[in-house]
Design a protein around this ligand. Sequence first.
Ligand code: MLT
Length: 406
Amino acid sequence: MTGNSNFRNLKETYLFSEIAKRVEAFKGANPQADIIRLGIGDVTRALPETVIRALHAAVDEMGDATTFKGYGPEQGYSFLREAIAAHDFASRGCDIAADEIFVSDGAKSDTANFTDLFGKGNRIGVPDPVYPVYFDSNVMTGHFGVPTASGFENLHLMPCFPENDFKPAIPTEKLDILYLCSPNNPTGVAMTYDQLKSWVDYALANKALILFDAAYVAFIREDGVPHSIYEIPGARGCAVEFRSYSKTAGFTGLRCAYTVVPKELDVSDGSGGTLNLRKMWLRRQTTKYNGVPYIVQKGAAALYTTDGQAECKERIDGYLKNAGAIREAFAKRGYRVWGGVNAPYVWLGVPEGQTSWEFFDTLLNRLHLVGTPGSGFGSRGEGYFRLTGFGSPERTAEAVERLSRL
Ligand code: MLT
């Protein structure tokens, strides 16, 4: 066979694999070091009790021939999709039908897999810094055009920096596909209603598609921050939304998420006709994917009960408290900080004269703390650093204490 040479255009390892490799090497050389990991955004609290009970009950159903389930419905069980439509959308005035919801194993895989639906020659807007999956998945599938001196012909980096509060400006050129994430990974900043509306208006005017990653929506605490892109008029005609239970409910190890593809999303087929994105996504998923296990979907549905909601909120409040403490510890020492208010991530400027990876080494070697170098999220991330609020309260307090030695 011949291999997919697009892979030559990727960095050799995925960002979080590189960090894990470096931390393992440090641990090998310093076996006594008590390392606190605030790098990858992985939850530490156990699953909510309500979910555990639902999982147990579903396991029992699978052990009884009268209630056993084999292959599930293509887009996910309707008990879950109906609950999503009612609780996550109708309750916020968004008109999303259950058959526009596709249950899946993760927002990471869905955002990456969605590139299967892109035709050739699209101009793709990607914020910089950015969750690396958006960028790398387009490189893998060859949607980047040709490599250029500064990047790739068809991947248009949308710079984010302190002056624009790490929110990309509306493009002055015509782009066809736009990746947006709010509350943002990695910077932790969240778009206001007016800011998101400007993107929807741009997309409608330019017949562009917005891929809106709302994986961190449950962390929004401030008014004026939309919880769904469908709160913006017209968004059904230009946007796909990705959601996840990973950070909302501690499902990073269980795996469940969903993607919303409204029925009216028709795109050009490049030769005068149209293609319907919802039908294409259905075709793609039914061909390449067999769905989330029944047991897991039962666990996810339990999150929409009153107890489930309360347990999630209590966990997220805790993670936000951690993020607030980290943010405050750095701000007190004169660091520039963003995020940590509507998001679990705190983004900070590293001390002058150091690169992001040098700061990573400083924290690891001196304080035995692991974070994520901003440059791993794109060239505009150089000079910045990300820490997560997903540690336990005790370990986060210990990390904050160690920061006093910086
Ligand atoms: C992160 O740390 O950026 C996230 O955990 C990655 C992910 O959700 O895939």
